[in-house]
Ligand binder design. Sequence first.
Ligand SMILES: Cc1cc2nc3c(=O)[nH]c(=O)nc-3n(C[C@H](O)[C@H](O)[C@H](O)COP(=O)(O)OP(=O)(O)OC[C@H]3O[C@@H](n4cnc5c(N)ncnc54)[C@H](O)[C@@H]3O)c2cc1C
Length: 440
Amino acid sequence: MGMGRELDVVVVGARCAGATFGAFAAQAGKRVLVVDADDMPSDQPLSTHFIGMYGMSILDELGVGHRVRAVAPPVRFIRNGVDDAVITIDFGDERGGACIRRIDLDPMLVEEARARGAAVELKTSLVDVLRQDGRVVGAVIERDGAREEVRARWVVGADGRHSKLASLVGAEEYLAYDAPRAAFWAYWRRPEWFSADPSYDNNVTILHLEHDYLMVFPVNKDEVLVGVAVPLDRASEWRGRHEAFYLEQLRARPFVARFPDGERRSKVVSFVKGRYFFRRAAGPGWALVGDAGLFKDFTPGFGITDAFRDARALAQAIEGGSDAHLERYWRVRDVESVELFAFARMLGTPGYNNALNRAAFRAIAERRDLQARIIAFHERKLSPFALIPSGTAIGLLLGELFRGRFDAFPTFVDAVKEGGRSAKELRHRKALAASVAQLP
Ligand SMILES: Cc1cc2nc3c(=O)[nH]c(=O)nc-3n(C[C@H](O)[C@H](O)[C@H](O)COP(=O)(O)OP(=O)(O)OC[C@H]3O[C@@H](n4cnc5c(N)ncnc54)[C@H](O)[C@@H]3O)c2cc1C
């Protein structure tokens, strides 16, 4: 076993969370080694690609926003809805976001980390941690069967939802639940009619139809990702026949039935068994960032954005330099994430398509003030639970009850309960964050 290197940080995982963290930490003058079991360029296949305005602003801060937009032209509109109640939010040129494939994005982040002084070593895995007096004091990494012990002040796990570091340090899970949906998607050549039709071009679309939803993302310059997310019980009926199932779903939905036979460019990717969770994100000598520490329902499309945000915050904490700075990073991450986590859970549940949500989408389609709230939410200036002000929500409920759509009532009660639970959780998390706010 080789011995020797001494660093400030060893980072495990070199994608959205790890490479971004490596870039920010190296920029702050830390000696950083980022390792990844994968080679680059390589795909992270279990991810779709929407990066919204907040995520793009961090890419701009890193200096890679223009490179991303050169590969994946800006998405100006987000179209979202339930059945025929559909809204289109116009973010204006450049601001909406971009859908770049991970095989293009992740290597850009790695280059940026290197350009800022981080060492990045690929095809290299974390196999164990070094410990001393109850602290993690380094990592055991392996490449081509050769092991090396690297001593470091901090070991950061940016190694995805099945994080090896999280299991080595026993980082506990909380607020966890099993994913209620499966998703299937593939990449298609972008047809001419798609680029010519304003209701497709420059749009990221998520449409809830009955209890499924469709995803249509213009990816890179000449491709479209077309996906479908279905309740888990339906997916399991189709075990082993995902390809046929996916194509059947497409052909049955007018909005996506037009994708040309023979123009599919990839096999069907499936995400079937997921679990969403928070994990303790800091302890003596270690921290977690990205999916390793927090994995939420992918429906709102914030995983990549939040990996960037938390990578930046963790780099600042490491600059601070103490265990208390890292604990505060963890607590603040929870404060900033808990409402979106709960909201994502609501968006992903198979019962999302209901009378109240249909009424809400119809109201948003008509009211500019509500559309502006959606943009404020994407800017991270508004809680997702404040998208519809309570007075408006009560008005929508009464309207639906008046029309005899009584299923609006339990949905309203659930939304109030969920909002209340998440507000309570938020207060709890804020109190925990405040308890570490006084730092030396
Ligand atoms: C179906 C689905 C759709 C999604 N769609 C979107 C979307 O549209 N928009 C969005 O923002 N987010 C989306 N997400 C979420 C997004 O994919 C994740 O949040 C994001 O990939 C997290 O990045 P990461 O860097 O934390 O982890 P990952 O991308 O998982 O990278 C982890 C890296 O760690 C490496 N690694 C693991 N173990 C080791 C080890 N022991 N040693 C060395 N290296 C190791 C792996 O090789 C990998 O390269 C989606 C997720 C799913 C499941």
